[in-house]
Design a protein around this ligand. Structure first.
Ligand code: BGC
Length: 619
């Protein structure tokens, strides 16, 4: 269930052969200019009334549309389902496909028959839908350093999204998280700008299948422009009065903003990204959603971005208490589409008033609508001969073995081995007994993290398909005795204990945390298990580095497994040594909270494990 207005004021390519073929084919697809569509859409624009134009500029949320007839009546440009916002018919592949097909058909009944672009957060696979393949979150993908793999993941994500008839994903997130206390750190590939730019562009190429004209392409959306990862701790207050930083204030000069936070967008634009989401955060006290210098001067004029800008969920209303003023500032700054989950009528009437009284020019409206229609045109949505319905032949591969195999590959390439005393890893199949314990050992919801079926994710069997880490270990070593007790009981006498601990699921500001220490329960369990004398392999599931404290000495081996998603077998592949660990940290791993924020290049840089760290099995 969704939510809320939450707060507040040359990399090694080791992809499997079929993936490599895919990557090469993508590279050969020609990148067409979006503006080249303008000739085709001009006659359509000329036929549109002001209200039809305003309708194209708004994006309500499915559950907030009062009557589906409004889609036709207002000629919406887009409809979204935010995290956890399922169709009323349910959360199955079929329910989604039928719903989207119905809504698209409805939009085609509007006077000009322009189909909606349906948008979702397929941020680590098509995670809203039950049974989809859930890929590792970006923090993990950063550790693979494998752009071909990220491109391939984008491609298979697009296939699962297109299977449901959806055309648009609000991904990739090209944030450069600079402070691990941020609840969205895991949505970023790295604290390092260059790595973010490289992997973000790869994701765009994959999702857009090398070109939006490809019928299997899904429109990508680089987000959140700009500086979302650079906010200051304490610059927001949460509902309970505690400090936070999500949607906060990024207090840096323009040169630093450009150096750290802009290259991800430059790379995404160069890769042909068709949409960009503007961020909730402020830049030096002013909401980015209303800053013309950022939206128009830098993005559209300087970088030559030809696609359209969409605002974040209710973000325009955060610019000013007076909605009319907020909307005027945002549209004049260059916002093209407004994500207004329930306020679509208010948006249309207010923007109409602003146009009529001359506060927003007709030229600005035409520019916004042109940008939206360019994307629709290139994606074939304006082609009246196409039925625009989902390609249900893609259902066969949805959540299927081939997609899970690449997810599993991504998991194993993302694990980072931080410590391995006396070569306790890899686990030996000849062991008398391996004991498995910990809150994360047999929990697919915890592995998947936020943005999985629910906005916040949830513990337990959040989705169908896939394997937990315990199941993965058992599949990997069917003849080895593997015992399990979440609380560690029965560890005595085992050869080794695999203890899986870490963060429970969260998303956005809910995950802002002042203290990133392992939980008291995890620490106590580790201490108890260690007292048994059985060597502990500590597997940490988390969206960011954790403060390990005494665990650094207590555990014989430590593996950072991040939020690996639905394929626990990828973790087992590495623990049993069927694939050696190759992941390298994409974030610096601090010794204690006093070191936060900590980033490579800082003066007196002295983390527990530096950026780029990662052991292999062969010393
Ligand atoms: C998030 C975006 C997301 C949007 C739609 C917002 O709260 O900041 O990342 O794309 O919701 O779900």
């Amino acid at each position: 269930m969704r939510r809320r207005q939450f707060c507040q004021s040359a990399l090694m390519v080791t992809a499997t052969p079929w993936l490599l073929q895919g990557a090469t084919a993508l590279a050969q697809t020609t990148q067409r200019s979006l503006a080249a569509e303008d000739g085709k859409i001009k006659p359509l624009l000329a036929k549109m009334t002001l209200d039809e134009k305003l309708g194209q500029m708004v994006q309500p949320e499915l559950g907030n549309i009062k009557d589906e007839a409004d889609i036709e009546k207002y000629s919406f440009g887009s409809v979204l389902s935010g995290g956890g916002a399922d169709p009323v018919e349910g959360n199955s592949l079929l329910a989604w496909t039928n719903t989207i097909d119905r809504l698209i058909a409805r939009s085609r009944k509007s006077r000009l028959g322009i189909p909606i672009l349906y948008g979702v957060d397929a941020v680590h696979g098509h995670g809203n839908v039950l049974g989809a393949t859930v890929y590792p979150h970006n923090v993990a993908l950063g550790c693979t350093r494998n752009a071909a793999l990220v491109e391939a993941l984008g491609k298979v994500t697009a296939q699962e999204v297109r299977a449901t008839g959806i055309h648009w994903t609000f991904a990739p997130c090209v944030a450069v998280p600079r402070d691990d206390r941020w609840g969205r750190t895991y949505e970023g590939y790295s604290e390092d700008t260059a790595l973010v730019a490289q992997l973000g562009a790869a994701a765009v190429r994959g999702m857009q299948q090398g070109g939006l004209q490809n019928p299997q392409a899904v429109l990508a959306c680089a987000k959140h422009y700009i500086g979302d990862g650079g906010t200051t701790w304490g610059s927001t207050k949460r509902r309970d009065g505690s400090s936070g930083m999500d949607q906060g204030n990024t207090e840096i000069d323009e040169a630093t903003l450009r150096k750290v936070h802009l290259p991800g967008y430059q790379a995404a634009v160069a890769a042909g990204v068709g949409s960009i989401m503007v961020s909730y955060n402020s830049w030096n006290g002013v909401k980015a959603s209303g800053i013309s210098h950022l939206l128009t001067d830098i993005l559209k004029k300087e970088l030559g971005f030809e696609g359209f800008l969409v605002s974040d969920y209710y973000a325009i209303g955060q610019i000013d208490r007076d909605y009319k003023k907020a909307l005027m500032l945002s549209i004049n700054a260059g916002m093209d589409m407004a994500m207004e989950p329930a306020k679509y009528e208010l948006f249309i009437t207010t923007l109409r008033e602003l146009v009529v009284d001359g506060s927003v020019s007709m030229a600005r409206i035409d520019d916004a609508v042109t940008r939206i229609l360019r994307v629709k045109s290139m994606m074939g949505l304006l082609d009246s001969k196409r039925d625009q319905l989902a390609d249900r032949s893609l259902h066969a591969s949805f959540g299927g073995a081939a997609h899970r195999e690449i997810a599993r590959q991504a998991v194993r390439e993302s694990l980072v081995l931080l410590k391995n005393d006396k070569q306790v890893l890899p686990l030996k199949r000849s062991a008398k007994r391996i004991h498995v314990a910990g809150i994360g050992a047999d929990d697919i919801g915890m592995q998947c993290g936020g943005w999985t079926v629910e906005w916040q994710g949830k513990m337990g069997a959040v989705t169908s398909g896939g394997t937990t880490i315990l199941q993965g270990l058992r599949y990997a070593a069917p003849k080895t005795v593997i015992t399990y007790a979440v609380d560690g009981k029965g560890v005595e006498g085992a050869d080794v204990c695999v203890l899986v601990v870490g963060e429970t699921p969260y998303a956005e500001g809910v995950g802002d945390k002042e203290d990133l220490s392992l939980s008291a329960e995890d620490q106590a369990l580790l201490a108890t298990v260690q007292k048994s004398g059985v060597p502990v392999v500590l597997v940490v599931l988390s969206g960011r580095p954790q403060i390990l404290g005494a665990a650094v000495d207590q555990a014989a081996a430590i593996v950072a497994a991040w939020l690996p998603g639905s394929e626990g077998q990828g973790v087992a592949d590495v623990l049993f040594g069927d694939h050696g660990p190759t992941g390298k940290l994409s974030f610096s791993w601090p010794r204690n909270m006093a070191q936060e924020p900590i980033n490579i290049g800082d003066a007196n840089y002295d983390p527990l494990f530096p950026y780029g760290f990662g052991l292999g099995y062969k010393a």
